[in-house]
Structures are given as C-alpha cells and as structure tokens.
Design a protein around this ligand. Structure first.
Ligand code: B1M
Length: 209
C-alpha cells in the first residue's frame, strides 16, 4: 500500500513524477480518494506554505510543489467528478482579481460538478465585471469566488457590489485560505465555506433559496 505520508513528502519536495505515480498507485489500490487528497496532497502543500512563511522555502520551491500537487490532482479529478446528472444549478467559479492561486478553486469547482452543478470556470485574476458578464451569459444561480491573499480577499467586496449593482439573481459564495465566515458576513457575501466538501453543501443550500 502506498503510504500517504510519502505522497505528502513528495509534494513538499516537488517531485512531480513521484507524486503522479504514487497517487495513481494509491487509487489503483482502492485507497479512498478524499484521503489521498487531504492526507497526501493538501497536507503536503500546506506544509510548503508554512515553510514559505517561515523563510525556509522561497517562491521556486512553492511553484514546483504546486506543480507536483496539480499532477496528483489531475489523477484524482475524474473520481471527484463522479455523481453527475447536471441539475443542481449553474455556477461561475473564479479567483479574485490580482490572485493567481487556482488549486483550491479547481478542487471546489470539480466537486461541485461531481455534485451535479454545471460549472463554468473563468480562471484566475478575474475582474469583478467579468464575474458579472459570465453570470449573465450563463444565467448563473451562484458565483463562487476564491482568494488566497489577504490583499486580493479585500477585492471580493467589489465583486459582490458589481453583482448586486447589475441586479443579478446569482448568490455569491466565497472561500480560500485567508477567508473566514466573519469576513464573508462583513462584506455581505451570501455564503462562505472553509473547504470543498462544505462548499458543495453550502452551494446546494444557497441555490435552493
Ligand atoms: Co502563494 N501564498 N503566493 N503561491 N501559496 C499563500 C496563499 C500563502 C499563505 C503562503 C504563506 O505565506 N504561508 C501566502 C499568502 C499570505 C497572505 O496574503 N496572507 C502566499 C503568497 C504571499 C504568495 C505570493 C505573493 C508570493 C510571492 O510572489 N512573493 C504569490 C502571489 C501570486 C498572486 O496570486 N498574485 C504566490 C504565488 C504562489 C504560487 C504561484 C507559487 C503557488 C500557486 C500555484 C497555483 O495555485 N496554481 C502558491 C501556493 C501553492 C501557495 C500555498 C503554499 C498553497 C495554496 C494551495 O493551493 N493550497 C499557500 C499556503 C497555504 O495556503 N497554506 C500560499 C491548497 C488548496 C487546496 O487550498 O486554495 O486554500 P486552498 O483551497 C481550499 C479552501 O480554502 C477552500 O477549499 C479548498 C479545498 O479544500 N476554498 C474554497 C478555496 N476556494 C474556495 C472557494 C469557495 C469555497 C471554498 O467558494 C467559492
């Protein structure tokens, strides 16, 4: 059996091939996909963040670790997508302006798809007006905004204002490492979720009305 701690260690070391191969092997062995994601990939990249914060790692290490994590995620994505029948609602997902972090957004979007939502991912570093445009084009029920930087998190309020200003029916859900429920309340977001599984629950609740 692949030891998930080894996957975590290889994410930290940025060993792209090892991470991809070990995740594949763990899936083939029948290990639980959520466990591989949480205990292998996410716990590895979290440690990379701590090491960056403490000055032990620099940007290149963070980039290569993120590349390794994404390779692992590619292997897991089809499993996160299981469930289908797209009836739950239409979602626009993007990362706030000035922010290029996309791993969490992609996981949340993929799990929403797996739960039956139709998801349009509009990418990273997205201007508030783009969220509005995409929501109009897709007649969205929900707009999901991710932000990982304390600076870009502040721009989320502009997205909410733009959505309300355009008179759209879409609710706005926010999330990302530095976002909290308190912050969501403060800026008037309709919902907040701390992680992908709870984002699915929150999205269902918000779309139901
Ligand atoms: Co950046 N980075 N980074 N980074 N990076 C952080 C966020 C940081 C906390 C690291 C640290 O110092 N400890 C720090 C932010 C500090 C702050 O503002 N408080 C930081 C910094 C400073 C930076 C740069 C400024 C560094 C620099 O250039 N000097 C720079 C900024 C670039 C920019 O955006 N303009 C930068 C760059 C990068 C990389 C490009 C190298 C890379 C991103 C690669 C990529 O995404 N393609 C990167 C990475 C990998 C990280 C860390 C290590 C990991 C982020 C991640 O992917 N986590 C991160 C440290 C950390 O978070 N501990 C860090 C895994 C992911 C699954 O978690 O995205 O939180 P997360 O998503 C979760 C939940 O938050 C939630 O569900 C997800 C799954 O459970 N969620 C939602 C997310 N979105 C949601 C939306 C929802 C609901 C839930 O509803 C819509």
């Amino acid at each position: 059996m692949v030891d998930l701690i080894k996957i975590k260690e290889n994410v930290i070391k940025g060993e792209v091939d090892e991470v991809r191969d070990m995740v594949k092997k763990a899936v083939d062995e029948g290990q639980e996909v959520k466990k591989i994601l949480d205990e292998g990939l996410i716990s590895g990249i979290s440690i990379v963040g701590d090491k960056y914060e403490s000055g032990e790692f620099f940007l290149p290490e963070m980039v290569i670790a993120a590349t390794a994590m994404k390779e692992g995620l590619k292997v897991l994505s089809p499993f996160l997508l299981r469930g289908d029948i797209k009836t739950a609602g239409t979602v626009i997902m993007g990362t706030a302006k000035g922010d290029i972090h996309d791993i969490g957004k992609t996981i949340v979007g993929t799990m929403l798809e797996g739960a039956g939502f139709t998801v349009t991912d509009i990418g990273v570093d997205v201007e508030p007006d783009k969220f509005v445009e995409a929501a109009k084009e897709n007649d969205a029920d929900l707009i999901g905004v991710s932000a990982l930087l304390t600076t870009t998190m502040m721009g989320m309020e502009d997205i909410i204002k733009a959505v309300r200003g355009a008179g759209l029916k879409a609710k706005v859900m926010i999330g990302g490492a530095s976002v909290t429920q308190e912050f969501a309340d403060e800026i008037g977001a309709d919902g907040y979720a701390p992680d992908a599984p709870s984002a699915v629950g929150k999205a269902k609740e918000l779309v139901k009305g």
